[in-house]
Ligand binder design. Structure first.
Ligand code: NOJ
Length: 594
């Protein structure tokens, strides 16, 4: 997972009017200013009508909580997988792409959710997983038995003969889920250590006794890769997209998309000799990925095909959108963003990956907004179900500051469920772990709705029956507690999103790179050319000291502070941005032209 940040000119000129700018988004797309809330269905909410309660979320539970999302200021929801699945990988191992997991509800429940969301002007995006299915999917079952047209729907190989005549995988391609290899090595369970520096990643090939061939799995063994070089597979997957569009969804978050582009000649990957465990603890990163995924020739073509589904005349009147998950270098992301910028863009994971440091964040923000094409819709991300929670990465106050930085940036702003409550990662006892990669359960625990109810109001089931346990350390962050507390994280998110909605500069302003006189204080601006409305966000990255900083070349002098990340209560304080604004430790301020 390499983040390539190219050299960026640190331009001295920082006036709001004449710094370089990026068009906030296409005027005609409602996505250009959308707040997208990611729901992890298994732990979001169980509906109150279900008897008996099962201990995990439900589609109806999500519908019940729409008023909460509306009050927060959300205008789109991304639903993580809810499909039938053996649940080896949190539902990313799909056994039927066109149905609902029976434990979560039915297609009728889903239709009802779509209607209810639409009534509240909340759009729905669903997770679409093109690279693999579950090995329980009937396509795989047919393919391993070589049934008719399914013969090469997955990536099969007879293997090669090893030195001692044994059958070996055809190449050194590795599984992303290689973390357990490290633990196995630490337990001394690995017989095939090459030397001290090398923990073999999990091979991406698994022998199948039924077919007597290896199949490729870029993730878990139970997630065989679909063969995108087969046009029938591509048609079947595009048909899945149409199935959900016809049910009323407004777009897709496309999972691990860089994995569908592979070199089907299967050459070995190069070994990353620069790898060290401090940089990444996943043995998968010992392999440089040019062939097993990220293979541009086919990747670009397949992504283009998916975007064309949304552009079909059947859907002409709809405002549809794709957001692509791809952990790749910035220059590769830029190429993908150029495929169909009017409907699709890659996730901007830069801020998620970069350390919380004023200079890093500035380089990342400037580079990202500069590299986007004019018609692209930017996006901002502070967390998701694969990453340690924002508060656990940055601490409470810095997490609030980071939220303000992201929410006032242009484009689609993603909020991972519970982020608005300031939830932290949970300790998960070993016998309750669900994630095969062993790491991601802590950020997936149930949302605490009301700490006066069993399991914090998430479900009435017995605690041992919950899909993942409640994080009791965060009970005091329950929604009911935060709702009446204007110092709470929820109050901050609500206030920020209200301002994002009300302030013209936050709605349509271009991103403007700004320079402050202090290297621990970050600044950026937004400016709406039509109305001349402007805002500036200033952030103090120092954890201990207040700092007085100025934006020397700001085109506005007197501003009004409309939001502090530390104190939601507005003081309507007037500041002179060119002379200096005092920021408390870990504070972000939003200032508009007075
Ligand atoms: C990315 C998803 O976000 C992650 O949760 C999943 O394990 C992999 N893709 C495989 O689908």
């Amino acid at each position: 997972m390499v983040l390539e940040i190219h050299n960026i000119n640190n331009r001295g000129n920082s006036s709001l009017l004449d710094t370089y700018t990026h068009s906030a988004a296409r005027a005609h797309s409602s996505w250009s200013n959308a707040v997208v809330y990611q729901v992890y269905p298994w732990t979001f909410a169980e509906d109150s009508d279900r008897q008996p309660q099962l201990g995990h979320g439900s589609i109806r539970g999500i519908e019940e909580r729409l008023p909460y999302l509306e009050a927060l200021g959300v205008n789109a929801v991304w639903l993580s997988p809810f499909y039938p699945s053996p649940m080896v990988d949190g539902g990313y191992d799909v056994a039927d792409f066109k149905n609902i997991h029976p434990d979560l509800g039915t297609l009728e429940d889903f239709d009802s959710l779509v209607r209810a969301a639409r009534r509240r002007h909340i759009r729905l995006m669903v997770d679409f997983i093109p690279n693999h299915s579950s090995n329980a999917h009937e396509w795989f079952q047919k393919s391993r038995r070589r049934e008719g047209e399914y013969d090469d729907w997955y990536i099969w190989h007879p293997g090669i003969e090893g030195e001692n005549g044994e059958r070996q995988p055809p190449n050194n391609w590795a599984s992303v889920f290689s973390m357990p290899q490290r633990q196995a090595r630490a337990r001394g369970e690995m017989e095939w250590l090459r030397d001290d520096e090398w923990t073999p990643p999990l091979p991406a090939w698994e022998w199948d006794e039924v077919r007597n061939e290896f199949y490729l799995h870029s993730f878990a063994v139970e997630q065989p890769d679909l063969n995108w070089s087969n046009p029938y597979v591509r048609e079947a997957m595009k048909d899945v997209m149409r199935f959900w569009l016809d049910r009323g969804v407004d777009g897709f978050r496309i999972d691990a998309v860089n994995h569908i582009g592979k070199n089907m000649k299967f050459p070995d990957e190069e070994i990353n000799t620069a790898y060290n465990e401090e940089w990444s603890d996943n043995p998968y990163d010992q392999i440089i990925r040019h062939h097993s995924c990220n293979y541009p020739r086919t990747l670009h073509e397949y992504i283009w095909e998916m975007t064309q589904v949304l552009k079909d005349e059947t859907y002409e009147h709809r405002d549809l959108r794709i957001i692509l998950e791809a952990y790749m270098g910035e220059s590769d992301l830029r190429d993908i963003d150029a495929i169909a910028p009017e409907v699709a863009s890659t996730f901007n994971f830069g801020s998620l990956m970069a350390s919380w440091d004023a200079n890093n964040r500035k380089i990342q923000m400037d580079y990202y907004h500069e590299r986007l094409l004019r018609e692209a819709v930017p996006n901002q991300v502070n967390g998701n179900h694969d990453k340690s929670r924002l508060v656990s990465r940055l601490g409470d106050e810095s997490a609030r500051a980071a939220a303000v930085v992201s929410l006032f940036l242009p484009g689609m702003r993603f909020i991972y469920n519970g982020e608005e409550l300031g939830l932290a990662d949970a300790e998960i006892p070993e016998d309750r772990r669900m994630d095969p990669n062993g790491l991601r359960d802590p950020e997936r625990t149930p949302i605490p709705w009301d700490d006066s109810l069993p399991n914090n109001g998430f479900s009435n089931a017995q605690p041992e029956d919950l899909w993942l346990p409640v994080n009791h350390a965060d009970s005091h962050k329950a929604v009911t507690r935060q709702e009446g507390d204007n110092k709470s994280s929820l109050a901050l998110y609500r206030a920020a999103l209200r301002l994002c909605h009300d302030l013209p500069a936050a709605r349509t302003g271009k991103y403007c790179s700004l320079q402050t006189d202090n290297d621990q204080v970050l600044a950026y601006g937004r400016e709406d050319e039509g109305t001349g409305a402007q805002l500036i966000v200033l952030t103090n990255f120092n954890h201990e000291h207040a700092i007085k900083a100025c934006v020397p070349e700001s085109s506005f002098v007197i501003g009004e502070v409309v939001l502090s990340s530390l104190e939601v209560e507005q003081k309507n304080q007037r500041v002179d941005v060119r002379v200096g604004v005092t920021l408390a430790p870990n504070e972000s301020l939003v200032i508009v032209r007075a």
